[in-house]
Design a protein around this ligand. Structure first.
Ligand SMILES: NC(=O)c1ccc[n+]([C@@H]2O[C@H](COP(=O)([O-])OP(=O)(O)OC[C@H]3O[C@@H](n4cnc5c(N)ncnc54)[C@H](OP(=O)(O)O)[C@@H]3O)[C@@H](O)[C@H]2O)c1
Length: 320
C-alpha cells in the first residue's frame, strides 16, 4: 500500500487507515483479527482507534477497540511495523468530555496500557473543548511528546478557526501543533446546515486551511455506513439534496465503467484528490474490506474525475 507523508513531519503513513471503532464490540474478536490480518497483508499499517470505542454499544464500556488492537499486536509481534492512533476528549465511562491537561495525560496512560505499547504514534484531540484554554491542551500534548508517550498530535472535529488557534498557540511557545485533521467526509455533498451532532465535516474552508498549512486530511465515515452499496440502506438525510441523485448516477456510471464497487470509487476519488485525503476504511467482514481496498488498484482517468466532480450539468435538475 502506498504511503504518504503525515503533514510535514517526514513520517510516511499508509494512504488508507483501518478504522477499528467496532473491533472487539460489534465486530467480534475473531473477525476483527481476520480484518486486521487482511489489511496488514495488503501492506496497510495505520490503525485508527480511540479511548471511547465503542462505549455506546449496549454491553460495552469503551476501551474494547484498543484492547483488541493490543492483543493483535502482541500475537503478531508486529508493533514496530504498525502506526497506531488513538483519541481523547469525548466522554465515556466516568470521563467527561474535556481536553483538560489532567484528562489528556491520564487517558493517554490508560490507552497505552490497553494497547500494550509504550508510545502512541498519533494522538488525537477527539473534539474541541470550549471550556479549557487551548494553551493548556497543547501543553498536555507537548508534555506527552517530550516524555515519549506520543509521537504526533492530531485534531478531530475542529472548526478551521479552532485548529488555527491551537496551532498558533503551540507554535508561539515553540511546541509542535497538530499535524493533521480527521473529519467526516464522503463523496456525496453534505448539507452544511444539517445536524451532525458532535461530528464536524471536512468543509472546503478547513480543507483550504490544511492545504495551506500542509496538514494532512483524514476522512471518517467515508462509506456512509454502507449506504453506497447496500440497497436496503438509505442515504443519510444530511446528504440528501437536489444534487444527491445526480452524484449517485455519476458514481454508478464510473463504477460500472471500471467494473468495481461504488465504495471503491468513493475511496479512489479521495486518494486521487489533490492533496490526497486519507480515508479511514472499515467493514464488519473481511469481504467488505477486500471490496473497499479495490480502491488501491484503481486509477481514475481525467474523464472519470471530471464526471465525478461535475456537480450539475443540467440546471433544471435543481428544479425537480
Ligand atoms: N474522529 C471521529 O469522530 C470519528 C467518527 C466516526 C468514525 N471514526 C473512524 O472512522 C472509521 C470508519 O467509520 P465508520 O464506521 O462510520 O465508516 P463508514 O465507512 O461510514 O461505514 C463502515 C460500515 O459500512 C458498511 N460497509 C463497509 N464496506 C462495505 C461493503 N463493502 N459492503 C457492504 N457494507 C459495507 C459496514 O457496515 P456493517 O457493519 O453494517 O456491515 C461498515 O461497518 C471508524 O472505525 C473510526 O476509526 C472517527
Amino acid at each position: 500500500m502506498k504511503k504518504i507523508e503525515l503533514g510535514i513531519t517526514g513520517e510516511m503513513i499508509s494512504c488508507m487507515g483501518l478504522g477499528t471503532m467496532y473491533f472487539g464490540s460489534k465486530v467480534d474478536g475473531q473477525t476483527s483479527f481476520q480484518i486486521l490480518d487482511y489489511y496488514s497483508e495488503q501492506g496497510g499499517s495505520f490503525l485508527d482507534s480511540a479511548n471511547k470505542y465503542a462505549s455506546w454499544i449496549p454491553g460495552f464500556q469503551g476501551g474494547e477497540s484498543e484492547l483488541l488492537i493490543g492483543k493483535w499486536l502482541k500475537q503478531k509481534a508486529n508493533r514496530n511495523s504498525m502506526f497506531i492512533s488513538s483519541k481523547v476528549g469525548f466522554s465515556y465511562r466516568e470521563i467527561p468530555r474535556s481536553l483538560k491537561k489532567e484528562i489528556i495525560i491520564s487517558e493517554c496512560e490508560k490507552s497505552l496500557n490497553r494497547l500494550g505499547i509504550e508510545t502512541i504514534d498519533l494522538y488525537f484531540a477527539h473534539a474541541f473543548d470550549t471550556e479549557t484554554p487551548i494553551e493548556e491542551t497543547m501543553n498536555a500534548f507537548y508534555q506527552l511528546k517530550k516524555e515519549g508517550k506520543i509521537r504526533y498530535a492530531g485534531a478531530s472535529n475542529f472548526f478551521a478557526w479552532q485548529l488555527s488557534e491551537a496551532n498558533n498557540a503551540a507554535n508561539l511557545i515553540g511546541w509542535d501543533g497538530f499535524t493533521c485533521i480527521q473529519q467526516r467526509h464522503t463523496y456525496l455533498e453534505p448539507n452544511l446546515r444539517a445536524n451532525f451532532g458532535t461530528q464536524l465535516l471536512l468543509t472546503p474552508e478547513i480543507q483550504d486551511f490544511c492545504n495551506r498549512k500542509k496538514l494532512s486530511l483524514m476522512a471518517y465515515s467515508p462509506l456512509l455506513g454502507g449506504a453506497y452499496v447496500n440497497n436496503d440502506r438509505s442515504i443519510p438525510v444530511q446528504y440528501q439534496s437536489a444534487v444527491t441523485e445526480f452524484r449517485m448516477e455519476k458514481l454508478k456510471e464510473v463504477a460500472d465503467d471500471l467494473m468495481v464497487s461504488r465504495n471503491a470509487i468513493v475511496l479512489a476519488w479521495m486518494l486521487q484528490s489533490s492533496p490526497p485525503v486519507i480515508p479511514l476504511v472499515t467493514g464488519s467482514a473481511v469481504a467488505q474490506v477486500e471490496e473497499n481496498l479495490q480502491a488501491l488498484t484503481i486509477k481514475l482517468s481525467d474523464k472519470h474525475l471530471e464526471l465525478l466532480n461535475q456537480d450539475i450539468i443540467q440546471p433544471n435538475k435543481y428544479s425537480k
